[in-house]
Design a protein around this ligand. Structure first.
Ligand SMILES: Cc1cc2nc3c(=O)[nH]c(=O)nc-3n(C[C@H](O)[C@H](O)[C@H](O)COP(=O)(O)OP(=O)(O)OC[C@H]3O[C@@H](n4cnc5c(N)ncnc54)[C@H](O)[C@@H]3O)c2cc1C
Length: 490
């Protein structure tokens, strides 16, 4: 019998599986797809490798989740810190450079969003201060969110007093901070909303200012992963296997049953038993493969957090006959992208010398934007294809405005993906990706489903549980689970 079966091998599943194998526990990972990685996976076409979703890593500093993960496991991924985190093209064609260095970025902001009344310097200094403090809080408190009186008592300890000011950042939207620094410039607010959509999947009126600050500071710490976003997962997998861990691909879990003192896990053709379960699959999926009280629990939380965004993605390779100043661009459009929920899209280029992703003289490109999953339900093939074509053409026309040289270059392996594609390959319910958006109304951060459940040895990791979306948050969830298992597992 295994100590734990981990269901899914996304960043959540592989990080907790490797951490647990590293402390000597026997672990089996069951993954439904032919590859590891989920939303941070890849696909190959001849000599070209395409990231399917996530393309950037962050949270690498010593006190941040990936920094801690690499340190504990002694992993040394090949990453390049971007001096220019991202380049933003506003819809009027104006370029805004998100320098990673704070002072340089503030100067750029003051120049590009000139407004004598706005105190941009004060605003950004506070954004970075809150971000630092928030990482510190997370680093020092592995038992967040508090679930019982003891957790609340621990949280209110003297050591945590310095974090008290962060509390209001959970209840008030980013607008409060913008007002504090007299920022009313609509052009800037539009810019901020487009930055927030990448990290908090919400806008300045609804996104809590604590998580907004973490999202807004993200371009100061963007790392390009050589060999693709999956390369770090490959390192984790090697470590996991060298620790004696076992992984089975093409094994979709279709049922989890709690027996007297163990769990029985079934895939289409096999059964496995373990003392504990760690789910790396979305909460909505869990309600369909569990029974009894456990099923009820997932039904309740799925009902409470019933919505997440979908993604529309485009992939292709081109000859490297145009200049890029960063691997990451956000391009704003005059109007909403058809059938999408955003006025912008995110473009990720492979690095010139990343020959693992593209041969010399070529780049691979992944483009992503947000769409409502309902747009893609119950379509016949003709309507589905015609919707896809309209979006592809809109995005490519806007891309050519920024990179006119690209227009006449041949696009190799051009493909696009919708929520249906993500649902098919990752099994995520309805193709909901990116996790539950943080919001001041119902999706209050500390109320997100905890990594620890009240069922014996049943833990949750991934972007639909605390602390939420993005790879650093997902890895933090795994560190929280490690903390609890080290304390409680017998
Ligand atoms: C387009 C896009 C761009 C993004 N960009 C970034 C970015 O640049 N940086 C960043 O930090 N984050 C980014 N994100 C978010 C990030 O990719 C995700 O939050 C993160 O990868 C989620 O990891 P996870 O472990 O929670 O889940 P997943 O990646 O969904 O992994 C779950 C795994 O479980 C498997 N599975 C599902 N059901 C079963 C079953 N029944 N049995 C067995 N296995 C099962 C799936 O196949 C999958 O491998 C992006 C997301 C998208 C969609």
């Amino acid at each position: 019998m295994y100590d734990f079966i981990v269901i899914g091998s996304g960043y959540g599943g592989l990080s907790i599986a490797t951490l647990l194998s590293n402390i000597g526990l026997s672990i089996l990972i069951l993954e439904s797809h032919t590859n590891i990685g989920g939303c941070a996976s890849f696909f190959k076409r001849k000599d070209f490798l395409f990231d399917v979703g996530a393309t950037t890593l962050s949270g690498i500093k010593k006190n941040q989740p990936l920094g801690k993960l690499f340190n504990i496991l002694d992993l040394k991924p090949k990453l390049k810190k971007m001096n220019i985190g991202m380049i933003v093209y506003k819809s009027n064609g104006e370029k805004v450079i998100r320098y990673s260095q704070k002072e340089k970025w503030i100067q750029e902001c003051e120049k590009k969003f000139y407004d004598t009344l706005a105190n941009y310097k004060g605003f950004w200094n506070e954004v970075y201060k809150i971000e630092n403090l928030a990482w510190d809080l997370i680093d020092k408190n592995n038992n967040l969110p508090p679930r019982c009186l003891k957790d609340f008592i621990n949280l209110s300890s003297v050591n945590n007093l310095k974090f008290i000011n962060l509390l209001s950042g959970l209840f008030f939207p980013l607008k409060k901070l913008l007002d504090k620094y007299n920022i009313k410039n609509q052009d800037f607010i539009n810019f901020i909303d487009n930055q927030l959509i990448i990290s908090t999947q919400n806008n300045y009126l609804n996104s809590p200012y604590l998580t907004s600050c973490m999202g807004l500071a993200y371009p100061s710490e963007i790392y390009y992963p050589y060999g693709g976003i999956n390369s770090t997962l490959e390192l984790l997998l090697n470590k996991f296997k060298s620790n004696g861990g076992n992984i089975k691909l093409k094994q979709e879990v279709i049922s989890i049953k709690r027996k007297k003192d163990f769990y029985l896990v079934k895939t289409k053709n096999k059964s496995y038993v373990s003392k504990g379960i760690i789910s790396n699959i979305p909460i909505w999926n869990m309600k369909n493969i569990t029974e009894g009280q456990i099923k009820k629990y997932f039904e309740n939380i799925s009902y409470k957090f019933d919505k997440a965004p979908g993604a529309f993605t485009i992939y292709f390779a081109v000859e490297n006959k145009f200049n890029i100043e960063s691997c990451y661009y956000q391009i704003h459009t005059d109007e909403k992208i058809p059938f999408c929920t955003s006025n912008s899209f995110f473009v990720s280029f492979s690095m010139d010398d990343d020959y693992y992703k593209a041969p010399k003289g070529y780049r691979t490109i992944t483009i992503s934007t947000h769409t409502d999953v309902e747009e893609w339900q119950n379509l016949d093939k003709k309507d589905y294809i015609s919707k896809k074509c309209l979006i592809e053409s809109f995005i490519m026309q806007n891309l050519y405005k920024v990179f006119p040289e690209m227009k006449n270059l041949e696009k190799l392996y051009f493909l696009s993906g919708t929520p249906k594609t993500f649902e098919f390959f990752t099994k995520r319910y309805k193709g909901f990706v990116g996790g539950i958006p943080h919001s001041i109304d119902n999706n209050f951060l500390l109320l997100l489903p905890s990594n620890v459940t009240s069922f014996e040895n049943l833990y949750l990791v991934g972007d639909t549980v605390f602390p939420g979306q993005g790879i650093p948050a997902v890895v933090q969830g795994s560190l929280n689970v490690l903390y609890h298992i080290e304390k409680n597992f017998k």
